[in-house]
Design a protein around this ligand. Sequence first.
Ligand SMILES: [Zn+2]
Length: 412
Amino acid sequence: MQQFRKIDKIQIAQINKYNVIRCLMREGPINRAAIAKRLGLSIPTVMFITETLLKSTFIRSIGKGVSSGGKPPEMLEIVPERFFYIGLDIGRTMIRAVAVNAVSRQVACVEEPTNNPAPEKKFVDRIAGIILKIAGQLKTENNRILGASIAMPGLIEKETGVVLFSPDFGWNNIPLQEWLTAKIPFPVLLENANRALALNEVFLMGGENSHTTFAVNLGYGIGAALVIGEDLYTGASGTSGEIGHITALPQGPVCHCGNRGCLEAVASGAAIAAQGKSVLESQGPGSRKASKIRELAAGDPEKVDAALVFRARELGDKEAARIVNSAAEHIGIGLSMAINVLDPDRLVLCGGLMRNGPFFLEKIKASIETHRMRQAGRAVIISTGRGGEYSTANGACRVLSNSLWRNRQLPV
Ligand SMILES: [Zn+2]
């Protein structure tokens, strides 16, 4: 039989306090009567909670608002610099870090090329250096920084902070959280990059409570995350979202996960670049019909990345168009499977590949339309991500903030 949990008065008071804070974060500046109405609380309860928050300098008064008949009400808001989160997006090509304040606004950012992630310990020293650099930019006490949240590709064991397997980095069982904790003066949290990105996109789109969002990261690799309301669906063993490793071509190229023909091996940024390189290499330097890929890369296969193949397509190169169209077709097939299985109401396409012009989205949509089951996913709205290059780093901050909220560990 299901156990019912008893909630005592202290817990109710705590829940009410957190709801008031959430209301101030989302709708502030706001007056006490409006908070009471919004949350269905009594005015004395809201008065009591806001007095406590004012005393702890978590919130502040910004003066009188507009009267709706009686005395003009006092407007309250969260003090933005009361605390901060640091978020890192450790990608295969770039490391991006941000600091976000108490009202979820990005207040600092740093980026640098990832370069060689080996040896691991030396690389982790670099990561710690980036965290300390961005913390220094905040010019605040360390106890106001609630933590550093790291988003990276691969399978992460969140409870222990271990990177179980990251094919992009060639890492197995790296205790990243432990190594970083020894080097920086605030808590460290780890999450998969696709999940961090998904949380940020859901936040930017609003309406967190009423949607099921499937967010896909189409970049150097391909990954995804399912967000139900505001909660990440992680799966029984924490590995959900690996859409990049569904089989697209059973006899296709070997994927770095060890399988053959994964979606990531045929349609990711890395796969598009690899196909572009082989086009270049198949044509000799003096080839009369040299492709635009060879021209743009000045004959150097190392210069071929996905963006270059997209540029060659724009210039009318047929081989580049074939590569890009094939990627869109396969991505569309993968997403139509996800739609058939999940029936989400929002499908958000993010990542570097989506920054190559609206035609790519249209190609993917056309492929989805061709391959999804006729009556499946009738409600799904497909859009591109809104968060830009720092979306995953901001998402890492949201992972941390959600965790502190859930465990009621905010410093209030
Ligand atoms: Zn794979």
